[in-house]
Write a protein that binds this ligand. Structure first.
Ligand code: ADP
Ligand code: ZN
Ligand code: ZN
Length: 743
């Protein structure tokens, strides 16, 4: 009888001890009694003794053998995350697993068969093997290199299925099931290898090397492939500079040495395009994707492929940073500045930061790619913690950067938020059969409805925010809590029938354009118009087929899409971010505008960007015009340094919300008092209302802690945890957010 310490999906920062009769390994899933329930848990440790008294300790109900155990390396990574983000260990471990592995039902996945040479197959003399049996010969040669599944073999020939049967009938090839492979106890990062050294056997695959790299691309590829052990590279390349091409070459280099590559992207919208790009260049490589668009079965299957080392490339969103990959040899984070890498509930991790930690843990290189690096990463590249790799020119010689100019909206004729000049430019593009894109970061018709009689505004009765007018559906909707009502006929306050929409959203821009250009084909792309799963895919095809003249859209349109006929981008309403209370707002706006501007003129047609603003001389727009990221970043960093903000300070935010204002504030004030009493070297700010002080009838407030170093902050947080846990907070929703991005 031995004792196991088990992580369970409960909000307590401890492990739970159970006895177990059969042999069990660390990293295996078990079902255990917990109170009156049976829960699935993860064996974190096998120990000889326990503090639990013999009468009270209970036995494990069942040891699950349906999936290979997690590796020690991955469990270490999860332990680190639980500690760093101050989140219970059990919830951390279980939330990192595919949903199917969190359930107490054994996983019944269809066995994925792999094929390998039998002893007699391996003894065959390939020299004398009949030459006319081309496909059989290819299969045998491939299997002599490595076992393969059917999908991998299909890349050899369309008739592989029948030929394989023939080879099995001869007894030269045998199949076996992948899922029940013996444990991979070293799975996290066993080889401690760099890309410079060989990981296991060498592997052959087809590489369609379509482009000769530019000299800057080649330098970047060489720097990463020559790195030995951990190194973090910041690949700063302007839009269209060919970062993806650099990734392809790096993947090729890693695969040649038998390693696995993990590539993280911010959004599932981007995965199909990238997937196609990589598949076309590395056609017989086993690439799997991991994102929320997959069914649970597909997700589990892909995860297990990675765990077995069969998937050579894993392309995924945030959560896939926790994918088990025994031969992980390179991590890539594309669009590393994107805030979608940060999880905003539960384990509030930054997938980019966890990826960096993981690369370090495994002793392998990591590449962070972006046209507009986060100031955190850029600062680290400047001070030498990361290595900077630059791509300063566009990859296609013909494609030049777009010309950017501002239009002062206070000195020009405006039509419901669109300037006459911009409308004329659009007309010009329509005449030339080119596409235009109008970018506005607000969906709906107008952000608020106002009464001209008494000044009533369409506030949400549950939130501190305003209800957005959705004219098409005749509704007012709160984008914070989802509450909605019909558009009132008259002012609810004074009865006046004269209600006016104030400001513009995508729907209003669309209708203004429809009036001005009745024959133009206008396509609106925002969360409302793409609710349907296939909608966005269809729209993208329409855009590519040049069946659209004018695109109106939110940031969904800004990222990573290649629209060759697009030559004009109009930015409609960027000014609110310039003077926002969120100190990161200008950084986000700059990144967004560079992305959206990067959509213009990617092929052989020059692009133009027009920004409508009341502040045409603002340094942000100046920097955009001159494509001067360096200058912009330097000025922002100087401001951050003066103001004592990240990356010069490290922050943690304690948030609380509840129905009773006094309870929210009592909790935060008590937490603050406990923090002060610890007398650590940290700056403890005051308790203040959240940016949206009331949401869905809950009052919200927050307390910010800052420290000059990560270490000082972590030491403080560890000391603060026990008094925090002791505070009564039954009726509150509380969370601690380390390195918060939202204020
Ligand atoms: P980024 O991701 O940096 O915005 P992409 O990787 O999408 O840029 O590359 C932009 C375009 O340039 C793509 O169509 C790509 O195929 C092409 N490209 C990239 N590298 C080269 C190269 N060395 N030679 C020719 N074309 C290239
Ligand atoms: Zn009124
Ligand atoms: Zn609301």
């Amino acid at each position: 009888m031995s004792i196991v310490r088990v992580a369970l999906d409960v909000p307590l920062s401890t492990l739970f001890d159970y006895t177990v009769a059969e042999g069990v390994e660390v990293g295996q899933r078990v079902i255990v009694p917990f109170g009156r329930r049976q829960l699935v848990g993860m064996v974190m440790e096998c120990v000889a003794t326990t503090d639990v008294s013999p009468e009270r300790i209970k036995p494990v109900t069942q040891v699950l053998h349906d999936s290979a155990p997690l590796s020690a390396g991955l469990l270490d990574l999860l332990r680190f995350c639980s500690d760093y983000y101050r989140f219970p260990i059990g919830q951390t471990v279980l939330s990192a697993l595919p949903v199917r592995l969190r359930s107490d039902k054994p996983v019944i996945s269809k066995p994925i068969l792999s094929y390998r040479l039998s002893a007699s197959g391996a003894a065959l003399d390939f020299e004398t093997f009949p030459k006319r049996k081309v496909v059989q010969r290819r299969i045998l040669l491939k299997l002599a290199e490595q076992p393969c599944n059917l999908a991998q073999l299909k890349a050899l020939s369309a008739t592989v299925g029948g030929q394989l049967k023939g080879l099995m009938a001869e007894g030269w090839v045998e199949s076996y099931s992948d899922v029940h492979l013996p444990s991979t106890s070293s799975g996290g990062c066993p080889t401690k290898s760099s890309m410079g050294r060989t990981v296991g056997d060498t592997h052959k695959h087809t590489f369609d090397n379509a482009h000769t790299l530019t000299s800057e691309q080649q330098l970047a590829v060489d720097a990463v492939t020559q790195a030995s052990g951990y190194a973090c590279f910041l690949l700063h390349g302007i839009t269209g500079s060919g970062k993806t091409e650099v990734y392809v070459h790096l993947m090729h280099a890693v695969l040649q040495r038998g390693g696995q590559v993990l590539l993280l992207v911010p959004e599932i919208n981007l995965t199909p395009q990238l997937e196609n790009y990589f598949r076309s260049r590395l056609p017989d490589v086993n690439l799997v994707s991991l994102h929320s668009g997959l069914s649970e079965g597909e997700r589990l299957h892909n995860w297990q492929q990675a765990q077995l080392g069969a998937a050579q490339i894993v392309l995924g969103t945030r959560l896939s940073v926790f994918t088990e990959m025994p031969k992980l040899a390179l991590l890539i984070v594309d669009e590393e500045h994107d805030s979608s890498f940060k999880q905003q509930d539960g384990l509030r991790y930054s997938a980019r930061d966890v990826a960096i930690f993981r690369a370090n843990q495994c002793g392998v290189p990591i590449v962070l790619g972006s046209a507009t690096p986060s100031l955190e990463s850029y600062h680290n590249a400047q001070n030498g913690r990361y290595r900077m790799l630059k791509l300063t020119g566009r990859a296609l010689a013909a494609a030049s950067l777009p010309k950017v100019r501002s239009i002062n909206i206070t000195q020009t004729i405006m039509h419901h938020g669109i300037s006459e000049n911009l409308l004329r430019e659009i007309a010009l593009r329509i005449a030339r059969k080119e596409q235009s894109l109008l970018f506005i970061n607000r969906r709906g018709y107008a952000p608020v409805l106002m009464c001209t009689g008494c000044g009533w505004l369409s506030g949400c009765k549950h939130c501190a925010g305003k209800m957005v007018l959705h004219l098409n559906e005749q509704r007012l909707r709160c984008h914070h809590c989802g509450y909605q009502i019909r558009v009132p006929q008259a002012c609810p306050s004074c009865g006046n029938a004269d209600l006016h929409p104030v400001g513009s959203g995508t729907q209003r821009v669309e209708s203004v354009l429809q009036q001005r250009f009745p024959d133009a084909r206008i396509l609106r792309v925002d969360r409302d118009s793409t609710r349907n799963k296939r909608a966005w895919q269809t729209m993208r095809e329409q855009i590519h087929a040049n069946e659209v003249d004018i695109l109106v859209g939110t940031q969904m349109l800004a990222k990573g899409h290649d629209f060759p006929e697009l030559t004009l981008v109009g930015v409609l309403n960027p000014d609110s971010a310039l003077y926002s209370s969120d100190f990161r707002a200008p950084e986000k706006l700059f990144a967004q505008l560079v992305q959206v501007a990067g959509r213009a003129g990617r092929a052989d047609k020059p692009g133009e960007v027009i920004i409508q603003t009341a502040f045409p001389d603002h340094p942000l727009f100046r920097a955009l015009q001159t494509h001067d990221f360096e200058g912009w970043a330097a000025s922002q960093l100087a401001e951050r340094k003066m103001a004592g903000f990240p990356p010069f300070m490290f922050q943690a935010m304690l948030r609380a919300e509840g129905k009773q204002e006094n309870e929210v504030y009592r909790f935060l004030n008590d937490a603050r008092a406990a923090a002060v009493a610890l007398q650590h070297e940290v700056e403890i700010l005051g308790v203040v209302p959240a940016a949206l002080p009331r949401r869905a009838n809950h009052l919200r407030a927050q307390l910010l802690i800052q420290a000059a170093s990560r270490k000082a902050l972590q030491q403080f947080l560890r000391a603060w945890q026990p008094p925090l846990d002791a505070l009564p907070a039954q009726k509150l929703r509380c969370s601690l957010d380390i390195d918060p991005l939202e204020f």
